[in-house]
Design a protein around this ligand. Structure first.
Ligand code: NAD
Length: 247
């Protein structure tokens, strides 16, 4: 049985690494970009979420971000997030690399989380660099569009997420690639694997000899490289893997 094979691989991992994407948070009510119910069906996220679009019209960006932020701030971890934290606690994963910006892995108890695309929990001023919690700015969005820095006198605020066209955080990125090059088991969950360089993480692990497990609702371009592929919901498949490992 494939889930049993995934459990066996992870139970024997000495340097297990996970890469997660938006699919892991779908069962927490946060829409994905691609796949069933994905935001891609409503608008082009690359256009809406690029740094060029943001700088050209920050208010237009924030109007879309307002609703997404409200949903993300209210979301709670689901059994998939909790299972990933349990895998780390049992020593099956040394760390978790995520493309998600929602902070739910940390809420679920994952300790070593490398956020390749930044965090949606904060905003920063593009002029003075002052950071404040997104939750505080969220309340102001009803009357202030776009929101502005209260520290330096009115420059526009931007969420501390990596928009298309922006560089990824160097420290998290470097650490993720280092861990990928050392991994013996690579667990890939809830990602369409079409956004680079994030998708290079499992490719590097594979080149370095890791065995790969893919858990995703739909087929991915990397399924053919994986030793184990489970097509299903991460909130159901991952807890099953953890219960098979036990302990
Ligand atoms: P994606 O939207 O491109 O792909 C999501 C994948 O998850 C799809 O293949 C889909 O079939 C699968 N999926 C959907 N529900 C699932 C479930 N319950 N269990 C398992 N798989 C499921 O996501 P991506 O590859 O992470 O790339 C999207 C980009 O958008 C990322 O860069 C990310 O930063 C950003 N994003 C983040 C969030 C978030 O923080 N929660 C949400 C949307 C987009």
């Amino acid at each position: 049985m494939t889930v049993q094979r995934a459990a066996d691989l992870l139970a024997g991992a000495r340097r297990g690494l996970a890469l997660t994407g938006a699919g892991v948070s779908a069962e927490s009510g946060i829409p994905t970009f691609r796949g069933e119910g994905g935001l891609w069906t409503q608008y082009d996220p690359v256009k809406v979420s690029s740094i060029e679009t943001f700088l050209a019209d920050p208010a237009a960006y924030w109007r879309v971000s307002k609703d997404r932020g409200r949903i993300a701030l209210a979301a709670r971890p689901n059994p998939g997030h909790e299972a990933l934290a349990a895998l780390e606690a049992r020593g099956c994963l040394v760390a978790l690399v995520t493309q998600n910006t929602d902070g739910l892995h940390q809420d679920a108890g994952s300790r070593r989380v490398l956020e390749l695309h930044g965090s949606g929990r904060f905003v920063e001023c593009l002029t003075c660099g002052r950071r404040e919690p997104r939750s505080e700015v969220q309340a102001r969005l009803e009357t202030e569009m776009p929101p502005r820095c209260t520290g330096c006198g009115g420059a526009v605020l931007k969420p501390t997420v990596v928009l298309f066209g922006e560089p990824m955080p160097p420290d998290a990125t470097q650490e993720a690639f280092q861990l990928a090059s050392e991994a013996d088991v690579m667990l890939v969950v809830g990602t369409s694997l079409v956004v680079y360089p994030a998708a290079d993480v499992p490719l590097l692990a594979l080149r370095s000899g890791a065995r790969m497990i893919v858990v995703n609702a739909e087929p991915t371009p990397f399924d053919r490289f994986a030793e184990v592929v489970v097509h299903g919901r991460s909130g159901e498949v991952l807890p099953e893997i953890v219960s098979l490992i036990g302990g």
